[in-house]
Design a protein around this ligand. Sequence first.
Ligand SMILES: [Zn+2]
Length: 263
Amino acid sequence: MLKRILLLFCLVTLATALLSANSGKRAIPAQGVAGIAADVAQTVPDAAAQNDAVTAQNVADAPKLIAFTFDDGPHRGSTDRLLDGLRERGAKGTFFLVGQEIDEARDLVERMRDEGHQIGNHTWSHKRLDELSPDEIAQEIGKTDALLKTVAGKGEYWLRPPYGFLRPGTENLVGVPVVKWSVDPRDWESRNAPKIIRAVTDAVQPGSIVLLHDIYPTSVEAALQLIDALSADGYQFVTVEELLRRNGVTPAPGVSYRSGDLQ
Ligand SMILES: [Zn+2]
């Protein structure tokens, strides 16, 4: 009996010692790991979080500039509605005007000038410049330029060639920077504001030059809704001239610009 009690005592003691040793083994490293983990948690993720915060802050501080461009006007009824909407929103745009449309809407061209928009040349009769002779090209551009100088005053009226076509080797006839685009929602084709809005929203990024036509009420509606939505997302609406300048680009005659980032 005594032997059994001694044996039981020994077994209990051994078991207690083993349990204690095991729990000790478990406890010490566990505390160590937890301690290291706590240190890591206090250092590395904090530094990363700070970096993230700095990056986010820089991104938030960097202006998201975008240039909306409006071709083929001026067109009474839609261009004036667009000008009203831009003024209400404090947004600036760039208008590439067709020379033969200007005389009918001189007051709208004066408004563009007075309200801080950029005015550009979209040729006299909207012909494809790549299909014209050098003399015809010079006439299409020069006649419009002369009328713009009469109506809107002295200045440089940058060119957007109709359909974006300019034959290589004829850039020297232009005499001013050439503005193309990086976002084309094909507004003239769909004439559907929600579709135009979706196409622009999917493609737009800081520095984009967006091609629209202010002769269509659907495009004007889409432009104004886009300005509201993108403004809420931090975008600022500036002229092409300002977009290039603020992106550090110095425009040169005969050179095409598709966005704020590319020369
Ligand atoms: Zn056009």
